[in-house]
Design a protein around this ligand. Sequence first.
Ligand code: PEP
Ligand code: MN
Length: 357
Amino acid sequence: MIELEKIELLESQSGKCPLIAGPCSAESEQQVLDCAHSLARLGVRIFRAGVWKPRTRPGTFEGAGNKALEWLTQVRKETGMAVITEVANARHVEAVLNAGIDMVWIGARTTTSPFAVQEIADALRGTRIPVLVKNPINAELELWIGAFERLSGAGITKLAAIHRGFSSYYERIYRYSPEWQIPIELRRRIPGLQVICDPSHMAGRSDLVPHLAQMALDMKANGLFIEVHPHPENALSDVAQQLTPSQFEQLTGNLIYHREPEKVDLDYLEPYRNRLEEIDMELVRNLAERFRITGSIGEYKNLKNLSILQPDRYKAVSDELVREGIKYGLDEKFIRLLFEAIHAESIRCQINKNKTI
Ligand code: PEP
Ligand code: MN
């Protein structure tokens, strides 16, 4: 049982969406303060900036370190916003607590490591600082829940989740796949947990951030965590996904926090829905027929000692499908993904078929 206390700053005030925003990395005092003043004017209540940056590859900017904590406390002094940064080990926790930072988040790479999360939980024991836990980089709900259990076990009650999407081997539309069902299941498993969304890391591209932000709110996210940089093109990390303050202003201006649906005329929708159901049924029947045929091909391949996977043919067929799809206005990545799934299932059917003969 995880005992929770609501984080006040993540509760909506006068119907507005709670916003955490700021640069990916604190790069200089000037950049941090510039950004903070623009955001404070736009109603942001919590300012984010990474001080120690977990970089996938070495040799890139790894954060300004301890001195940046002073820039953050200066932000609070000048703007009144609360400040939050990422911690990845006990040393970071100690520095953050000494500097009097208001909140911390645990990054996606750290959440994957039970040792690191336990070390952080132990270092936080006895404090009342709110802790926001990003989802682990891989789509494993139990790991995310495990992090909450470790923090709760150390007596931390002000806990919230940040949904930032999940990594996968294939190139997707988004940098990290949303897998909306996972935060939905998290809420079911930890009732009352505040879950906010980070559409910046999810999108990986600034132009996709607004629509993901709105989707997250439509899925009942409690708030948003967004990267904003005064000059994204010069950023030392996550160049492609940070918004300028004016893009952020536009995004927040267009957000609908609570959608109030107008009266829906179900009679109007019914014929469309019926037709969709027919199409879906047809799709399922066609798929079943397709897999029956691949099964027969599998038997023949087995008989002739031909390997199941024929990469050249796979590529030719998939390119052909993509061309056809584009002709009909379908999205290229979508067709590739769909065909990949169908192809993987065909291979599974062929393997199964050969096991039974
Ligand atoms: C960040 O918020 O800048 C960050 C490093 O995030 P994540 O852990 O989601 O990659
Ligand atoms: Mn970032």
